[in-house]
Design a protein around this ligand. Structure first.
Ligand SMILES: NC(=O)c1ccc[n+]([C@@H]2O[C@H](COP(=O)([O-])OP(=O)(O)OC[C@H]3O[C@@H](n4cnc5c(N)ncnc54)[C@H](O)[C@@H]3O)[C@@H](O)[C@H]2O)c1
Length: 378
């Protein structure tokens, strides 16, 4: 007997469209217990050349250029939104109205008001939602959350999260999303990941924040459509943000995001210090998880490295020996697995649109804090 199936339509065939498509292919291969096999039914993008090409390469049955066609189809179960953030809420609301399970990329919206409308629509239409904070799927992130919940490092006192991206000059100048209107800001775009990760690892909520942001590159160039000189645009998407947050539990968190790490690639990391020990991890070296315990014994005191593998979260979907390694594509497929299960089993997906609203509120509060040079309550 064949496996049960669920039909997916994806909107936006850029960077994330590609990653989500790979994930739908991989998830049923690595998770034999997935609730249904995702069928790549329909793909949509306003760029007809790109959507035609990617439909074929990524294995979608059909393509279209108008997202409203996706919503109108009654054979689509999951609508996966991978377009720029200023378009997420309109598509998501229509999709929920039509009874679809909605997976949307982050940042969910560009403003708090827009996100509140989206959350209200979720309640009105009994919408089922998921937000692609895929960094939550790193096994190490889930392992840290578990160790903290189990009290292994005692009571958490401080959290330090960093997200460094090394495109520098070229990345910023040619980066598709150049304005706060399209993205909610470079800050909301990248920093939203570490704002979410801190909440998730600590299982906590933000109470108040103080912070600042900086735009290092105030112009961006768009390739000209007729092969001429690139078109220059003003750019106001922030490249750097620094936040100090007080969490409801009393933990003090410092969050630092910057795209000014020219030549350094990408690295998302965290460190949590508690009364009895410390956990630390960096996405640039994802198999190595560090744990320090204050044992008062010179033979066991100090920081030790634990190799992530089959014994850790999502271990059923990784190669059989610790240290083989997990990458972003794996994390995306863990995300697809969770989304398909939530859609088919009718269970709640976490993080959903309500979680995303909490993140957007923090982004907004940091801008207010910068303006007022003061702490801002969430
Ligand atoms: N989760 C992550 O780690 C991560 C990483 C990068 C980007 N993102 C997020 O993913 C989203 C997409 O980013 P990207 O990097 O893939 O962008 P991209 O520019 O590579 O792709 C966006 C695509 O959307 C299409 N598009 C624009 N308007 C459309 C419309 N009205 N209808 C249909 N298609 C339309 C564009 O033609 C383009 O192909 C953003 O929200 C971004 O913040 C998330």
């Amino acid at each position: 007997m064949g496996r049960k199936t669920v039909n997916v339509a994806l909107i936006g065939v850029g960077f994330m469209g590609s990653e989500h498509s790979k994930a739908y292919s991989l998830a049923p291969v690595i998770f034999p217990d997935i609730a249904a096999v995702p069928v790549k039914k329909l793909i949509c993008d306003i760029n007809e050349t790109a959507v035609r090409k990617n439909a074929e390469q990524w294995g979608y049955e059909e393509w279209c250029t108008d997202w409203k066609e996706v919503i109108a189809r009654d054979d689509i179960d999951i609508v996966d939104i991978c377009v720029p953030p200023n378009l997420h809420s309109e598509i998501a609301i229509e999709a929920m109205k039509a009874g679809k399970f909605v997976m949307s990329e982050k940042p969910l919206t560009t403003t708090v008001e827009d996100c509140e409308k989206l959350v209200a629509a979720t309640k009105e239409y009994h919408g089922r939602s998921a937000v692609a904070f895929n960094k939550r799927r790193w096994p190490a992130v889930n392992f840290a959350r578990k160790l903290i919940k189990d009290g292994v490092i005692g009571t958490p006192l401080t959290y330090n999260g960093r997200y460094l991206q090394g495109g520098g000059d070229e990345f910023a100048k040619y980066y598709t999303f150049r304005s706060n209107i399209l993205t909610g800001g470079g800050f909301a775009d990248s920093c939203s990941h570490i704002v979410d990760m801190c909440r998730f690892i600590l299982d906590d909520q933000y109470d108040e924040v103080v912070g600042t942001t900086e735009v290092f590159w105030n112009e961006a160039f768009e390739a000209s459509k007729d092969g001429g000189e690139p078109v220059r645009h003003e750019r106001d998407a922030e490249d750097m943000s620094m936040i100090i947050a007080r969490m409801k539990s009393g933990v003090t968190a410092t969050l630092y995001q910057s795209s000014a790490y020219a030549g350094a690639g990408e690295d998302i990391s965290f460190e949590v210090c508690g009364t009895k020990g410390m956990v630390r991890w960096s996405g640039a070296n994802p198999s190595v998880f560090q744990l320090a315990l204050n044992t008062k014994d010179p033979e066991t005191d100090g920081t030790k490295s634990i190799l992530m593998g089959p014994a850790h979260p999502y271990g059923q979907a990784v190669p059989p020996l610790a240290g083989f390694g997990v990458g972003v594509v794996d994390c995306m497929s863990f995300q697809a697995y969770e989304a398909v299960n939530a859609c088919v089993n009718g269970t709640k997906y976490t993080p959903d649109f309500c979680d995303a609203l909490e993140v957007i509120k923090v982004c907004d509060a940091v801008r207010e804090s910068k303006k007022k040079r003061a702490w801002v309550k969430i």
